[in-house]
Ligand binder design. Structure first.
Ligand code: M6R
Length: 609
C-alpha cells in the first residue's frame, strides 16, 4: 500500500515521477506528492489530497517543478486521514530532508514522544514524520550514517525514498518488509515500489533486500549494507512489455485483464506441459518427495485464498492428499501443528502481501517446505519461498484481480494432476484426460467472453441492488465466494456467498422479494440439490441468476436469467464459471458510474497488516 517512485538523471524528474506514480495508483490514491531538487538545490515539495490527477493539474504535468532529481508518492492512508498535511513527502523542520514512505512504523509514537521532548514539532498525524524527524536528529552531513542509525531504531515495515538538500543530485532509498526495486537506464536511475512504474524507461532492475540501502546519482547506483559497506548486486532483466501495463484501448484495466485471461492461462500452462506430460521443474521436488507429502496447507488472502478453496477440492479429489486452507492473517497467529512432511503453498499475485509473507516466514522457522505461487517476479514471497512457481499473468493493475486469479487456478490444476500421477491415484487415461481438459481451458474462457453483452444488460438491470447472494455447493461454493468478492469490492453492493446447504441454517431469513441470488450449479453430483436450493429462495421472492454448463437447459425452469459455460471436467469449472461473475461485477460497477479500477478504501497490494 502506498507507491513510491524516485528518479535522478538527465531528464526533468517531475514528469517522470508523475508517469511512474500513475502506474502505482493501484497501491493507493488518497493523496499524492513529489519532492524535487530544483536547480538551486533547494527541495520543493508539492502535494495534493485526492487522485494523482489533482497533483498533475497543480504542477502543469510536472513542468512547474523543475529539477532532475526527486521522489514521488501515492498514498493509502494508514495513520491520519487523507489530507494535504498527511500527504507525502514529509519534511524535517528546516525542510532540508524529504521522505516518502510505504509501510508502517510501529514505534512511531515513542519516537515522536522522545523527539517532542527534545523540541521537535510534528505537523502531520503520520507515522512517517517520525522517520524524517529522526533523520534530522541524527544527520550530521553523512546521509548513510543517519539512515543506518534510523534503520536500527525504527520498528515495522518501510520502503523509504529520501532527499538531502546538501547532497544534491542524490536519491537514497532503503527497505525492510516493503517492496522496492531499483532501475537503471541511459536516461537515469530509478527506485519504485513495483515494476510497472519504470517499465516505460527500463527493464533492467536490481532487487534490494531487507536492511539494504541504495544511493542513486545520475552517473550510477551504489548499494550498501547496514554497516555502510558497499555491496555488489546483480542486474536482472524483466521480460514484461511496457504495453502490458497500459490500457491498450480498453476503457478500464479490469476489462482488459478479464480479456487477457485466455492468454494468461495459456502462458501459465504451456511451458509446463511437454508432449502432453506435466513437468513443473520449479517445484524442485523429486517423485519420492511428492509421494511422501502427508498434508498440504494453502495460505493466502482475498482471491488467492479463494483459489485455495478450489485447490482443496481438486487436490484432495485427485491426489488424495489432505489439504487445509487458511487465511494468512489467521494462520500467522495460530501456531498450527504441522507434520514434517507437510507442504505449504503460499499463493499471492503481488508476492508482497504482508500477512502471506509473515505466514511464509513462520512456516520456514518450523523447517517446513514452502512453495510460492506468485505473479510478480522477484517479489518478497518469490524470493523467500523454498521454491516458486510463477504465474505468467503479466502485470495486473486493476485492484480487483481477474487474470492473476485465473492463472493461480491453472497452476493448482497442474500441481494436482502431477501429484495424482506421481502418487498413482489416477490412471494413465484419467491423466491424459485431465491434461487435455486443462489445455482446452483458454479457448473455453474465450467463448464465455462472447456473452459479455447479455451480462452487461443483466448487470444494468440489477445495478441498484443493495444486497446480493451467491450460493453453490462444493467447488461452486468457492466460485460463489470469488464472485461475491468481485461484486462487493468494486460495485459496493453488499454481497455474501453461502454454501447452499447452509441457507436453511440462517441466511434464508434474509431473502425477500426482488433480491438477486446467483446460483452456481456446475457440479453434476450436486446439481439437483442446487436446483432445489434455488427453488427455495425463488419461492421466497428472490430473483435468480443461474450459472451452469451447456446442456443443463432445464435450469431455466428455476432461474430467471441463465448463463451457460462450456463443459469441462467438473474439477476445472471454476476457471469457466468465474468469468460471467467477473463481468457481472465489472458491469454493475460501470452502471453505477464508479471507478472500477480504483475502488474506494482499497489498494491492490496489501503490504501492511
Ligand atoms: O497480491 P495477493 O494475491 O497476495 O493479494 C491478495 C488479496 O489482497 C487480493 O486477492 C484481493 O483480495 C483482491 N483485491 C481481490 O480482487
Amino acid at each position: 500500500m502506498c507507491g513510491i517512485v524516485g528518479y535522478v538523471g538527465f531528464e526533468q524528474a517531475a514528469p517522470i515521477l508523475l508517469d511512474g506514480l500513475s502506474k502505482l495508483e493501484y497501491r493507493g490514491y488518497d493523496s499524492a506528492g513529489m519532492a524535487i531538487m530544483d536547480e538551486e538545490d533547494k527541495i520543493e515539495v508539492v502535494k495534493a489530497k485526492g487522485r494523482l490527477q489533482v497533483l498533475r493539474e497543480m504542477t502543469d504535468s510536472g513542468h512547474a517543478v523543475p529539477g532532475v532529481c526527486g521522489v514521488g508518492h501515492t498514498r493509502w492512508a494508514t495513520h491520519g486521514e487523507p489530507s494535504v498535511a498527511n500527504a507525502h513527502p514529509h519534511f524535517n523542520k528546516d525542510k532540508s530532508i524529504a521522505v516518502v514512505h510505504n509501510g508502517i512504523i510501529e514505534n512511531y509514537q515513542s519516537i515522536r514522544d522522545r523527539l517532542v521532548k527534545k523540541g521537535y514539532e510534528f505537523i502531520s498525524q503520520t507515522d512517517t514524520e517520525a522517520v524524517v524527524q529522526l533523520l534530522d536528529y541524527y544527520y550530521q552531513g553523512d546521509p548513510l550514517e543517519a539512515i543506518t542509525k534510523v534503520m536500527v531504531r525504527v520498528e515495522g515495515s518501510y520502503a523509504l525514498g529520501i532527499l538531502f538538500q546538501d547532497h544534491p543530485g542524490e536519491v537514497y532509498a532503503v527497505r525492510k518488509d516493503s517492496p522496492m526495486i531499483v532501475g537503471h537506464s541511459e536516461e537515469g536511475n530509478f527506485i519504485a515500489s513495483d515494476v510497472p512504474a519504470i517499465l516505460s524507461h527500463t527493464k533492467n532492475v536490481y532487487y534490494i533486500e531487507n536492511m539494504e540501502i541504495v544511493k542513486l546519482t545520475k552517473e550510477g547506483i551504489k548499494f550498501y549494507n547496514i554497516d555502510k559497506e558497499e555491496i555488489e548486486k546483480e542486474m536482472v532483466t524483466i521480460d514484461w512489455d511496457a504495453e502490458a501495463a497500459e490500457k491498450g484501448g480498453y476503457e478500464h484495466f479490469m476489462l482488459k485483464e478479464i480479456y487477457e485471461q485466455p492468454k494468461a492461462v495459456r502462458d501459465t500452462i504451456s511451458p509446463r506441459i511437454k508432449d502432453d506430460r506435466i513437468e513443473i521443474e520449479e517445484l524442485g521436488m523429486t517423485e519420492e518427495e511428492i509421494q511422501k507429502i502427508s498434508k498440504i496447507y494453502i495460505v493466502a488472502c482475498g482471491s488467492a485464498y479463494h483459489v485455495g478453496i478450489t485447490a482443496k477440492y481438486v487436490i484432495e479429489g485427485m491426489a488424495r492428499i489432505p489439504v487445509e486452507v487458511d487465511l494468512a492473517s489467521e494462520f500467522r497467529y495460530r501456531d498450527p501443528i504441522m507434520e514434517e512432511n507437510s507442504l505449504v503453498i503460499i499463493i499471492s499475485q503481488s508476492g508482497e502481501t504482508a500477512d502471506s509473507l509473515a505466514a511464509l516466514r513462520a512456516v520456514k522457522e518450523k523447517g517446513i517446505r514452502v512453495l510460492g505461487i506468485v505473479n510478480v517476479v522477484g517479489s518478497s514471497i518469490a524470493r523467500e519461498a523454498d521454491n516458486v512457481m510463477y504465474t505468467w499473468a503479466g502485470p495486473e493493475i486493476a485492484v480487483a484481480t481477474t487474470k492473476a486469479y485465473s492463472t493461480q487456478l491453472a497452476s493448482i490444476y497442474l500441481i494436482a494432476i502431477l501429484f495424482a500421477k506421481v502418487r498413482n491415484t489416477i490412471d494413465d487415461q484419467a491423466y491424459a484426460g485431465y491434461v487435455e481438459e486443462v489445455k482446452a481451458l483458454p479457448d473455453k474462457i474465450q467463448t464465455i467472453l462472447g456473452d459479455r453483452e447479455r451480462i452487461q444488460w443483466f448487470a444494468n438491470k440489477f445495478a441498484s441492488s443493495h444486497d446480493m447472494f451467491f450460493i453453490g455447493r462444493g467447488l461452486d461454493y468457492g466460485i460463489g465466494m470469488e464472485g461475491s468478492l468481485k461484486m462487493k469490492e468494486v460495485s459496493y453492493v453488499h454481497s455474501e456467498a453461502y454454501a447452499a446447504g447452509e441457507l436453511k441454517h440462517g441466511p434464508i431469513s434474509l431473502i425477500e422479494k426482488g433480491i438477486l441470488v446467483v446460483g452456481i450449479a456446475t457440479q453434476p453430483q450436486l446439481y439437483d440439490k442446487m436446483i432445489s436450493n434455488m427453488a427455495e429462495v425463488k419461492a421466497r421472492g428472490a430473483y435468480i441468476m443461474g450459472v451452469t454448463n451447456y446442456g443443463n437447459y432445464e435450469m431455466e425452469d428455476t432461474a430467471d436469467f441463465t448463463v451457460y459455460v462450456p463443459k469441462t471436467n467438473p474439477y476445472f469449472t471454476t476457471s469457466l464459471a468465474i468469468i460471467p461473475l467477473q463481468l457481472l461485477g465489472y458491469y454493475t460497477t460501470l452502471a453505477k458510474g464508479l471507478d472500477v479500477d480504483k475502488p474506494r478504501n482499497l489498494a491492490k497490494s496489501v503490504t501492511v497488516e
